[in-house]
Design a binder for this molecule. Structure first.
Ligand SMILES: *[C@@H]1O[C@H](CO)[C@@H](O)[C@H](O)[C@H]1NC(C)=O
Ligand SMILES: *[C@@H]1O[C@H](CO)[C@@H](O)[C@H](O)[C@H]1NC(C)=O
Ligand SMILES: *[C@@H]1O[C@H](CO)[C@@H](O)[C@H](O)[C@H]1NC(C)=O
Ligand SMILES: *[C@@H]1O[C@H](CO)[C@@H](O)[C@H](O)[C@H]1NC(C)=O
Ligand SMILES: *[C@@H]1O[C@H](CO)[C@@H](O)[C@H](O)[C@H]1NC(C)=O
Length: 484
């Protein structure tokens, strides 16, 4: 358990540097792909008629709608005031004795990226007649691609009953506490210090493991501990991961903690962020041994007594967040993934180009900014394409089955020997926005292997390759079609 947590903390240190907002993440286009959705508010009933306001969360478009509940079944609603020409909106309601069902369908255009895109999404939701919070309608895009975005799970325990109430007086339990001090003269041996603890937040059950700052490379600086937990195994936490900062003062044996976490157990429309600070003198029980490298110095190996310690908050403050934001997907902080790259800037990156026994092979990957853990895939020349001289089926190499591929699942290769012209007609699928419904793309690339190629024959096998074995190049994908 402890070892596992230590590895997580090291992974956390490596990942933290990769985060940070990107310029386009808050834009209309990114939001339209990530959160095509609406908030319904100010629902008013007057006899059979009703009215409400609607806000599109991707575009900030707002309108007031009125509906005449004359007939049983769905009743259409009409936008009050000037109807939006550029964002046509259809809404209808189905009112029963206890609840109201809302249906929305809207089309809008975003112009904040390389090219303008028109989106159409629809969705529905039902609320009790007495419901007064903003109601969230999560939409499915029907255009430009048909996807239902994957929403996040949210930070650990955000919805667990009592999260908000227990966060009024935050407390933690410290466990698996270990302190090691191995001093040294710094000449014949390097001094070593370590402090590990597992911190469990009593409001949400979140466990973080803390170790000296900077991961394994920085072992020794106990005054800056790196803490991490579940979020680095779950890649679906969303916009608001729990964050923990801690330190240990070896002179006074005092542990300090700052933690930020989230609750929306009372009402998902009213999430809150809690930031809290605590310190605790740690009662240590130590064994000592003379340092094997400097007999004048003493090594200390300590644990806490008792082995688990309660920790109470010294100060905390609570900040409201926008409605339903805890389960919103993370904006593309690492840049465009598979789908947006394929739409706005489709390029393949080629590498490892070779001709073995007259057959072309190379590696390829889509040039997404957010590549996750993907690496280029090898493509080999297979059977000739019937009726197309100079074109062959691709044999796509093994991918190790690691998640969200950024390479063709099917393709044909063209090779004009004398000219060094390489053609790639590819089909690929993006699952980064909606794991269950891949968006299918096709596109055509014509590129030149623009690096000298040298050949050698070893044991009767001829092998030609780019002179620089590290030569990589990118080429645009033309005629890209999606949803095909
Ligand atoms: C919507 O409003 C928010 C908050 O005012 C702002 O940050 C965001 O840029 C707006 N989005 C669009 C697409 O206009
Ligand atoms: C949504 O509206 C578009 C036109 O704006 C229409 O083509 C589409 O059929 C509508 N979808 C639903 C589910 O009503
Ligand atoms: C949305 O509409 C579908 C089809 O009519 C229905 O099955 C589903 O229950 C509705 N969802 C909500 C939340 O009202
Ligand atoms: C906690 O936050 C306070 C105030 O921002 C800061 O002074 C302190 O250094 C922080 N402690 C840790 C352990 O990060
Ligand atoms: C240990 O301490 C003694 C006396 O203070 C000193 O003479 C000796 O050099 C020290 N040895 C080491 C290895 O530091």
């Amino acid at each position: 358990m402890a070892v596992c947590h230590l590895l997580l903390a090291a992974a956390a240190a490596a990942l933290v540097s990769a985060q940070g907002p990107s310029a386009t993440a808050a834009g209309c286009t990114a939001k339209s792909f990530a959160i095509p959705s609406w908030l319904i508010q100010d629902v008013k009933h007057a006899g059979a008629d009703m009215s409400f306001s609607i806000a599109n969360r991707a575009t900030n478009y707002t309108a007031t709608l009125a509906c005449q509940g004359k007939t049983a079944g769905w009743n259409a609603c009409v936008v009050q005031g000037a109807a939006p020409e550029d964002e046509p909106l259809q809404a209808s309601v189905l009112v029963s004795e206890t609840s109201t069902a809302f249906f929305v369908n809207q089309t809008w255009t975003c112009k904040d990226r390389e090219k303008a895109l028109t989106f159409t999404a629809d969705g529905n939701a039902t609320a009790a007649l007495t419901y007064t919070s903003p109601l969230l309608i999560r939409g499915s895009l029907t255009s430009p691609v048909a996807i239902t975005p994957t929403y996040a799970d949210g930070a650990t325990g955000h919805g667990s009953p009592g999260c908000s109430a227990r966060s009024a007086k935050p407390s933690w339990v410290l466990s698996s506490l270990q302190y090691t001090d191995e001093p040294a003269d710094g000449v014949t041996a390097t001094p070593f210090r370590n402090f590990n603890v597992i911190v469990t937040n009593q409001a949400n059950g979140y466990q973080a493991s803390c170790m000296p700052g900077g991961g394994f490379a920085g072992v020794g600086d106990v005054s800056r501990l790196t803490c991490a937990g579940y979020e680095f195994q779950a890649f679906n936490v969303g916009r608001y991961p729990i964050s923990t900062e801690a330190s240990y003062d070896a002179v006074t044996s005092t542990f300090s903690l700052n933690q930020t976490w989230f609750c929306d157990d009372v009402d998902a429309a009213k999430p809150v962020q809690i930031t809290s600070h605590a310190t605790l003198p740690i009662p240590l029980t130590c064994t000592t041994t003379p340092s094997p490298t400097s007999p004048n110095l003493t090594n200390k190996y300590c644990t806490s007594t008792p082995s688990t310690l309660p920790l109470s908050s010294l100060s905390s403050f609570t900040t409201p967040l926008s409605a339903y934001s805890l389960t919103d997907p993370l904006p593309s902080s690492r840049g465009d993934g598979c789908t947006l790259t394929s739409i706005f800037s489709p390029h393949w990156q080629f590498s490892d180009f070779e001709i073995v026994q007259g057959e072309v092979r190379f590696e390829v990957i889509l040039t997404a900014q957010d590549r996750g853990f993907q690496y280029p895939i090898p493509i080999y020349q297979g059977e000739g394409v019937k009726g197309r001289e100079g074109w062959w089926e691709c044999v796509v190499g093994a991918d190790g089955g690691n998640g969200l591929p950024l390479w063709p699942n099917k393709c044909v290769i063209g090779w004009e020997k004398g000219k060094g012209v390489l053609g790639l007609e590819a089909e690929w699928e993006c699952r980064d926005l909606d794991g269950g419904h891949p968006v299918k793309f096709t596109g055509v690339t014509t590129t030149t292997v623009d690096s000298p190629i040298t050949c050698e024959t070893v044991d009767g096998e001829s092998r030609c390759a780019t002179e620089d074995p590290g030569y990589t190049w990118t080429a645009g994908i033309d005629n890209v079609k999606w949803g095909v």
